[in-house]
Design a protein around this ligand. Structure first.
Ligand code: IPE
Ligand code: IPE
Ligand code: MG
Length: 243
């Protein structure tokens, strides 16, 4: 397993989250179907994951499919689902060998059984890894996540395991899909849209944002490095007045 340079102190982001947007427009600009863009986008992920250790990024979270993306045509949704399956089958070995720990966040109930099985296998086969924690948001929506978390929390209250007066800002995150992850330091959205589209609503309360024009299939490790450097020069105040 490769050495872990992330244990060195550094001023870059430890957790980067990416809204990988612009695949459809990238394909359209080439006169190709939208799925062609999704395939090109999936191929970008490996380079970005591999760049993380060198940039001190311990946690990388990527938005692959939102709870709202079911509104797309049946052809696009089915194409994306089969792309996810093919991608997992193709990448499992490399991810496992390269020290990447993979987790999925989002609601699995709407996903097909074969995809869920592949997700479980990938999580299991990388569970001992610790170089980079890659989290894939699949059928993920921030509001849906908070609603599901609240349901679980309410069940604990009803069962007498939690007192309502003990519920505070530390309690809810323990019920979120991201409970084992730190909050993202930097959230990047490609494709020029300046919105978060229901991504990590609770977790990104104090994240720094970068909205860049690059379409996801054109995103490179060099661009990630540039954004990490620029993050290092920002002053994060968290509501306080700097000393
Ligand atoms: C992002 O690219 C990938 C997913 C949402 C699955 P888009 O498919 O949204 O690409 P644009 O925004 O239409 O260009
Ligand atoms: C956000 O992109 C979701 C993903 C990148 C998976 P969308 O393309 O779905 O977001 P909107 O529709 O432009 O807000
Ligand atoms: Mg889009």
């Amino acid at each position: 397993m490769p050495a872990d340079p992330q244990n060195e102190p550094h001023c870059g982001p430890r957790h980067v989250a990416i809204i990988m947007d612009g695949n459809g427009r990238w394909a359209q600009a080439r006169g190709r179907p939208r799925l062609y863009g999704h395939h090109a986008g999936a191929r970008r992920v490996r380079e970005v994951v591999e760049a993380c250790p060198g940039l001190g990024i311990k946690y990388l979270t990527i938005f692959a499919f939102s709870t709202e993306n079911w509104k797309r045509t049946q052809v696009e949704v089915a194409g994306l689902m089969s792309l996810f399956k093919r991608y997992i089958i193709k990448e499992t070995r490399t991810l496992a060998q390269n020290g990447i720990r993979v987790r999925f966040i989002g609601d699995r109930v709407r996903l097909d059984a074969k995809l869920i099985e592949l997700m479980d296998t990938l999580e299991r086969e990388t569970a001992e890894n610790d170089l980079v924690h890659l989290t894939v948001a699949l059928n993920y929506g921030g509001r849906d996540e908070v609603a599901r978390a609240t349901k679980r929390l309410a069940r604990d209250v009803a069962a007498g395991n939690l007192r309502p007066e003990d519920v505070d800002e530390e309690t809810l995150p323990r019920y979120l899909d991201t409970r084992v992850l730190p909050d993202p330091d930097l959230v990047i959205r490609t494709s020029g849209e300046a919105r978060i589209s229901n991504f990590l609503l609770w977790q990104s309360a104090y994240s720094e944002y970068e909205f860049i024009d690059t379409l996801w299939p054109d995103f490179t490790a060099a661009e990630l490095e540039r954004l990490c450097k620029s993050f290092g020069s920002r002053e994060r105040r968290f509501g306080a007045v700097p000393a």
